[in-house]
Design a protein around this ligand. Sequence first.
Ligand code: PEP
Ligand code: CO
Length: 446
Amino acid sequence: MTVDLDTWRALSAQQQPEWPDPVAVTAVREALSVLPPLVFAAECDALKGRLAAAARGEAFVLQGGDCAETFAGSTADNIRGKLKTLLQMAVVLTYGASVPVVKVGRLAGQFAKPRSAGMETRDGVTLPSYRGDAVNDLAFTPESRIPDPQRLLRMYHTSAATLNLIRAFTQGGFADLRQVHEWNRGFLAANGTTARYEAMANDIDRAIRFLSAVGADSESLHRVDFYTGHEALLLEYERALTRIDSRTGTPYDVSAHFVWIGERTRQLDGAHVEFASRVRNPLGVKLGPSTSVADAVALADKLDPEREPGRLTFITRFGAGRIRDGLPAIVEGVRDAGLLPVWVCDPMHGNTIDAGGYKTRRFEDVMDEVTGFFEVHEALGTVPGGVHVELTGDDVTECIGGSSGVTEPDLKLRYETACDPRLNHQQSLELAFLVAEMLQRRRSHV
Ligand code: PEP
Ligand code: CO
């Protein structure tokens, strides 16, 4: 049976660029459709299996990376820094959770952004909003903001180069557990962080020494599985990167292992949900505070009618002030409908504030949302399956608080994001230590 991959075209698609030249879009679409896959269907299936384990509480998901990757920012140093940060976090979380951590980068494809406003005004000048490097340029000039479909090709090639580096790093020894732990040691020494993180690092030391002593397979400590994911926003791009898997005869969106539908494009009768329902990748859907139980169940019915383990991840982003009141009904309703999605906490997108003209987030709000997420699942007996964060490996000053001591006046020092504020290296590791403590506490209860 062939699947029609173009049914979404008849539906309303939110957040699509207004490309000035439709003929150019067709040419780009055709060029993309014959380029090699960036990932393989079997890898997507492997990730689905790992996510199924996370839904049952037998693994924990770490998703992270930039809010918006940029072409200019896709340098070896930047990619290495983000990967290193994620690997360092994963070691700490693995220790806390005592189960494998499923690592999914917001990397190698996170180039398109939904915007709450189509236009942006500065000093009386109004121009189309920046929609990510896949569409237009961040510079505030009329030429830069015109959507250019050639950028979709550049998105593909930049994703390919990024993924190539990630594959080399994660398979070639860079990800060795012993080395990653040494980085964590160096981090703690440099930042004079509290004794409680030190104690956990000492425990990890002992565990690694024990593994060496018993001759645990050094190959398995040497490599890691690392997956990619991004918001499947630009439907022309995602459609052109969809291929029929020769093993199964079914379609996969081979632009990434994992794709998600954002809060602004998850309409049940919209084009994004329709498109995603046709591909076999593991899928995410962001759920914000306006979600009803009926919405969540209807999304699951549409995207995962077979109730396939690992197929569906709900990424909740309620905000610290709303999670404890808003999340329980959704989790309960979904559970009572017989569904077992992976529940992942995005503690970033519900906690964005304005501070002196800078979009920022308080580390304390981010942690409070994660804490609330764990509390809700604890009370319901359901599984907190992972976290989804915006981060970078650099010492930027975009989010405030935490032991990093970044304060409001510091925001102007190193504010480099093309979109939302990211946790810096130190804030990311601190989050990992704090989440690891929550996972440890949970383990001692269940
Ligand atoms: C994002 O993940 O960058 C994003 C836009 O999130 P949301 O769809 O949850 O607002
Ligand atoms: Co964002």
